[in-house]
Design a protein around this ligand. Structure first.
Ligand SMILES: *Cc1c(COP(=O)(O)O)cnc(C)c1O
Length: 343
């Protein structure tokens, strides 16, 4: 199957599995796992920060960061469609007693800094204490430039806030901007990155920041049940991903562009956006003009052609390229779309 639902569906390659099989391990709760320690140092260096912590998921990484930056009764300012607000089950509020203050997001994917200024609260006992500003890069695959990210740092500094990046797909941003990962991370106090998306590791994220902050975050990771033992097996996959799979994200971006171009040539199919490795498609008109009865019939017809997609309502879908999708697969997807629509 050609699976375009997300880059999270990517599977470890044989070479990655070999790296996992031969990893040296120890009890990471005792800081004894050399492969985890190596991954943490490597990632901190790659992102230009002092220290790092390996965690099970991006959600846990962001939550540890929020809980290390904020105390009970503090608030974090976050984009109203950002992952850390919308897709993390309200963890900061539920487990951290941290109030989210959502703000508008610009077309670029950046938080609207004018809105941020309006919601930052004065030091007054009526208000939650504004403590942290969060950004996300990439957002919906959109790349935010280092200059725009730096403007957020200036606002954070002006009001004494910390500045956190949800950089689940920071690697895609760095490759698209042709800058180092450290350049994308530069204006932030802390950054969370995923190893399990386009990089192809089966699991894992890393949180980076100052040593004292990472120490604090380790306590929260323990409390959240995220301290793991011989987890070098997984860290080895992450290390392999960082050393081998960042540069090839350019292929994913090329494949997404090729997919967008191919699909937009089909009558009634509208590509509404394509950003880095994501293509947003509205098949509504094409489905309505086809013999198919609705979007799930279309998804089923695609599956019959060996292509897995996830419809998101109203005939729309987000298609994501990744390490498991080749340029030949992209041509197959376009051809399958034509024939599914006429089936
Ligand atoms: C995937 C993702 C996360 C967290 O991912 P997990 O599925 O918890 O590993 C965080 N932020 C963004 C933008 C993401 O895409």
């Amino acid at each position: 199957m050609i699976d375009l639902r997300s880059d999270t569906v990517s599977k470890p390659t044989d070479a990655m599995r070999a790296a996992m099989a031969s990893a040296e391990v120890g009890d990471d709760v005792f800081s004894d796992d050399p492969t985890v320690n190596g991954l943490e140092t490597y990632t901190a260096d790659l992102l230009g920060k002092e220290a790092a912590m390996f965690v099970s998921s991006g959600t846990q990484s962001n939550l540890c960061a929020l809980m290390a930056h904020c105390q009970r009764g503090d608030e974090y300012i976050v984009g109203d469609h950002a992952h850390t607000y919308w897709y993390e089950a309200g963890g900061a509020a539920v487990l951290g007693s941290i109030q989210p203050q959502p703000v508008r997001m610009l077309e670029s994917g950046m938080v609207d800094l004018d809105h941020v200024r309006q919601v930052i609260k004065p030091d007054d006992h009526h208000f939650a204490r504004s403590r942290l500003l969060c950004a996300e890069n990439t957002h919906d695959g959109k790349v935010i430039t280092t200059a725009e990210l730096a403007k957020g740092a200036a606002v954070a500094a002006e009001f004494g806030l910390s500045y956190h990046l949800d950089g689940a797909r920071l690697w895609n941003a760095a490759v698209a901007l042709d800058v180092t990962p450290a350049a994308v991370a530069e204006s932030f106090d802390s950054v969370s990155v995923c190893l399990s998306k386009g990089l192809g590791a089966p699991i894992g994220s890393v949180l980076v920041g100052p040593a004292a902050f990472i120490n604090e975050a380790r306590k929260w990771r323990k409390m959240l049940g995220g301290a793991m033992r011989q987890v070098g097996l997984l860290a080895a996959a992450g290390r392999f991903a960082l050393e081998n799979n960042i540069g090839r994200l350019a292929d994913d971006h090329k494949n997404a562009a090729q997919l967008a171009a191919g699909l937009s040539e089909i009558d009634g199919v509208v590509v509404t956006a394509h950003n880095t490795n994501m293509v947003f498609v509205d098949y509504g008109k094409a489905i309505a003009e086809s013999p198919l009865k609705g979007e799930s019939a279309f998804a089923d017809a695609m599956a019959d052609h060996g292509v897995t997609i996830r419809m998101t309502g109203g005939g729309t879908s987000r298609l994501v390229t990744h390490i498991g999708i080749s340029a030949v697969d992209v041509d197959t997807v376009v051809a399958s779309t034509r024939s599914a629509l006429s089936s």
